[in-house]
Design a protein around this ligand. Structure first.
Ligand code: TYM
Length: 332
């Protein structure tokens, strides 16, 4: 069956609504008709400075939120990236196939370094996309469900797989990406022309999966809109209202047209109250489930150990194929 792979960085205590709607909400349903592999990508999380105790805690928290958000560790393979050393080795080999200029064109790298002094970024941040390519290619992945901001990285992954196959013979599966157009880019509630992000300057516009429901509701009620007072879906002219409609629609499954009809003639206040309720109804069960899982970290660690074992069984043969194709002398 068609293999699916995706992952998130354990770089905050909680996932945000963008991670949830843009990525995680797609993952659960894909398990029904695909063989799915989901990773907490902790090696990616150390490309920026990271406190060791915090990394450990966030790795567990991220795994718990995967399960709470619908990943079933019995049906799918759920593991921590650093538990499977094949990722680092394939990443090295892919680094050697990537052009310096090609890597320099990655917009996420440019965005993340724009805020720093020139030269202050780690080399790991620069090679981040090739580690991501390794994640995907090790599992013969056909489909990568992600949000909008990861599409360029999956395109690089496709290029690298094709380049490898061309140079060394047919070895790697060339993956496709899947973005859900209405939730691929959930925007910051206070700054609706910027995407919701873990690293926003303030979290007033960020809804956290694990935060108190009252705080989330307050943030949604304070969302930035516009002055014309008409509820309409128009990303360019009305980014704030459009973001609320997209969130509402994703949370309840109602179409944008249904929502526009329902709120016709009403003010932004009504839309905000209803969106806050919809988000709470969506997140409350996941929040509870995550809390439950985090109360027993030893069991969570056992689940992750089983996942890592299964992941290695898939990753090792792919890496062996790659080594063979590239001409590495096998150890005797
Ligand atoms: P990360 O951890 O930044 O984000 C995890 C997922 O959430 C999506 N996302 C969003 N979707 C909609 N609206 C938003 N505002 C929003 N913000 C984030 C991201 O697109 C992503 O799908 N490099 C990846 C992690 C990664 C990975 C992989 C993903 C490493 N290896 C292999 C797929 C396959 C990242 O930093 O995602």
């Amino acid at each position: 069956s068609v293999r699916v792979f995706s992952g998130m960085q354990p770089t905050s205590d909680s996932l945000h609504l963008g991670n949830y709607l843009g990525a995680l909400a797609q993952w659960g349903p894909l398990q029904d008709d695909h063989e799915a592999v989901f990773s907490v990508v902790d090696l990616h999380a150390v490309t920026l400075p990271m406190d060791p105790a915090v990394l450990r805690e966030r790795t567990r928290r991220t795994a718990a939120q995967y399960i709470a958000g619908g990943v079933d560790p019995e049906r799918s393979t759920l593991f921590v990236q650093s538990h499977v050393p094949e990722h680092s080795e394939l990443a090295w080999l892919l680094n050697c196939l990537t052009g310096f200029g090609e890597a320099s064109r990655m917009t996420q790298f440019k965005d993340k370094t724009a805020k720093q002094e020139a030269g202050a970024a780690s080399v790991g941040l620069f090679t981040y996309p090739m580690l991501m390519a390794a994640d995907i290619l090790l599992y013969d992945t056909a489909l990568v469900p992600v949000g909008d901001d990861q599409v360029q990285h999956v395109e690089l992954t496709r290029d690298l797989a094709q380049r490898f196959n061309h140079r060394f013979g047919d070895t790697l599966v060339v993956p496709e990406y899947r973005v859900n157009s209405s939730t691929a880019r959930i925007m910051d509630l206070q700054d609706p022309t910027s995407k919701m992000s873990k690293s926003a300057a303030t979290d007033k516009g960020v809804i956290w999966l694990l935060e108190d429901a009252k705080r989330s509701a307050k943030k949604i009620r304070s969302a930035v809109t516009d002055n014309d007072g008409v509820i309409a879906h128009d990303r360019e002219a009305k980014p704030g209202v459009t973001n609320l409609l997209d969130i509402h629609s994703a949370a309840t499954g109602e179409s944008i047209d249904q929502l526009l009809e329902r709120f016709e003639g009403q003010g932004y206040g009504a839309l905000k109250v209803s969106t806050a309720e919809a988000v709470d109804a969506l997140l409350a069960p996941a929040r509870e489930k995550a809390d439950e899982l985090l109360a027993d970290p030893a069991e969570l660690d056992r689940v992750l150990a089983r996942g890592a074992e299964r992941a290695r069984e898939m990753a090792a043969p792919t890496l062996a194929r790659v080594r063979e194709a590239m001409g590495f002398l096998p150890p005797q």
